[in-house]
Design a protein around this ligand. Structure first.
Ligand code: AMP
Ligand code: GLY
Length: 433
């Protein structure tokens, strides 16, 4: 018997023990893709409880998680969200001799500091939007007042998807600077801001598993960040996703060559070796990629359409990426995810709504829980993005239809979701290079 914060549970001697840090749809999707592993989630959600054991530890408690993983002889820790990575959870786990998938705190700066990344990208010759960095609000205001083009205002630090504002004119840009730097709506993440030129094109999420010099590109996905159909409304953490996005083989090669490899080389020059998943948010214009941002973890909801497409042993891939020759992914068909959000999301999400209809969803649909919990024996929402319904079909159009049927079937007060995920792909625009 081993201990689970006071409770005892049976340790199976044969099965590999995996601790997944986080409690969203990404962690549910990762957990569902392990075969023959005993799974623990810290803290998990109502959905992950059906796959393994939820451990009442916060993702933001790296010391507690490292101690628990050692005491409970965990074989692999997989870290989902960016915050614990930026706090150095991988460094703590390594010190304890625990095998973990994710980048060190220094490598996580690629996501935790947009100014660090912008400077590094410029040094490395990575194509990216021009930007000015400000830690003085007056100087930033003066700069945007003089600008004539639309600008993107970005908090330097981690802001949970709420730190980027697309400003159509000077007035909106000034308001964004006021909100980020003076009102500190995203806390200290807004101490410093980037004012960036606006890029046009098609956006994709390019994930690559990196282990030193080993690069395993994963299926290209698209994330739908705006709240409402037609790409309207504020940016969110993501309201849906599709994979694979087929933009032709040469594009993947160009992304590796122009964006990923020079970034990793520049990091190495600074003595930083990247290990984990590097997710480049890219704008593609006339077949050429430009870097919007790096994340140092799987996207959410992108993980729901990428990870289940991978074949092979996920445990081996994440424990030792360099020992895997190449990562195979299903190339046929389409995976499409629709996020069911609660009333008020993203600004003031309501929680505690009772969820029903889960049992009536077609068997072919996967429902990944994002923010759910069990209260008084009932399944309820516990955050803005509550559930992600995922359909796998032969075409994007069929996958969208199936996902929407499931989105309709599941009920909770205030539920809202986008109905146009993947719609532009049905017109054949995905076939580009
Ligand atoms: P980020 O906070 O950098 O992830 O940006 C969030 C979203 O804002 C991106 O996914 C894009 O949709 C949009 N965005 C960020 N930077 C730019 C840019 N320079 N030009 C156009 N859109 C951008
Ligand atoms: N879906 C965007 C992200 O995970 O950052």
């Amino acid at each position: 018997m081993a201990r689970l914060l006071g409770m005892s549970y049976q340790v199976s001697p044969m099965r590999r023990r995996v601790l997944i840090v986080g409690g969203g749809a990404r962690e549910h999707a990762l957990g569902a893709s392990f075969s023959d592993a005993e799974l623990f989630f810290a803290p998990g959600n109502a959905g992950t409880a059906a796959l393994g054991t939820n451990v009442p530890l916060r993702a933001g408690d790296p010391l507690g998680i490292a101690a628990w993983a050692r005491e409970n002889r965990v074989d692999l820790v997989v870290v989902g969200p960016e915050a614990p990575l930026a706090m150095g959870i991988i460094d703590h786990l390594s010190l304890h001799g625990i095998s973990a998938f994710g980048p060190s705190a220094r490598a996580a700066l690629l996501e935790a500091s947009k100014s660090f990344t912008k400077r590094l990208a410029k040094r490395a010759g990575v194509p990216t939007a021009d930007a000015e960095v400000f830690d003085d609000a007056n100087a930033a205001v003066e700069y945007v007042r003089a600008a004539s083009r639309p600008l993107v205002i970005k908090a330097d630090g981690l802001a949970g998807g709420k730190g980027t504002i697309l400003a159509s004119g000077a007035q909106e840009a000034v308001a964004a600077i006021q909100a980020l730097m003076i009102e500190r709506v995203v806390g200290d993440a807004g101490k410093c801001v980037l004012v960036e030129e606006t890029l046009a094109g098609e956006e994709i999420s390019f994930h690559v598993i990196v282990d030193g010099d080993t690069l395993h590109p994963l299926p290209i996905a698209r994330d739908y960040k705006r709240l409402r159909d037609g790409d309207l409304g504020p940016n969110t953490g993501g309201m849906g996703a599709v994979a694979p996005i087929d933009m032709g083989e040469p594009l993947s090669g160009r992304i590796l060559e122009k964006i990923i490899a020079p970034t990793l080389r520049e990091l190495q020059r600074e003595g930083i070796v990247f290990r984990g998943v590097l997710y480049a948010g890219l704008m593609i214009s006339r077949g050429e990629p430009s870097l919007l941002e790096f994340n140092v973890r799987f996207g959410d909801p992108e993980a729901s359409v990428i990870v289940p497409r991978l074949s092979g042993d996920l445990f081996e891939l994440l424990r030792s990426p360099s020992s895997i020759r190449d990562v195979r992914a299903r190339s046929s068909g389409a995976s499409l995810a629709v996020v069911l959000a609660t009333s008020g999301y993203p600004s003031a999400a309501e929680t505690g709504a009772a969820i029903s209809g889960m049992g009536d969803v077609a068997n072919s649909i996967s429902v990944h829980h994002a923010n759910t919990e069990v209260a008084d024996g009932a399944l309820v929402t516990s955050g803005g993005r509550a559930l992600v319904v995922v359909a796998n079909e032969d075409t994007v159009a069929l996958a969208r239809e199936s996902a929407l049927a499931a989105a309709h079937t599941i009920q909770f007060l205030g539920k809202h979701y986008r109905t146009d995920i993947g719609k532009e792909l049905e017109l054949g625009t995905e076939k580009r290079s």
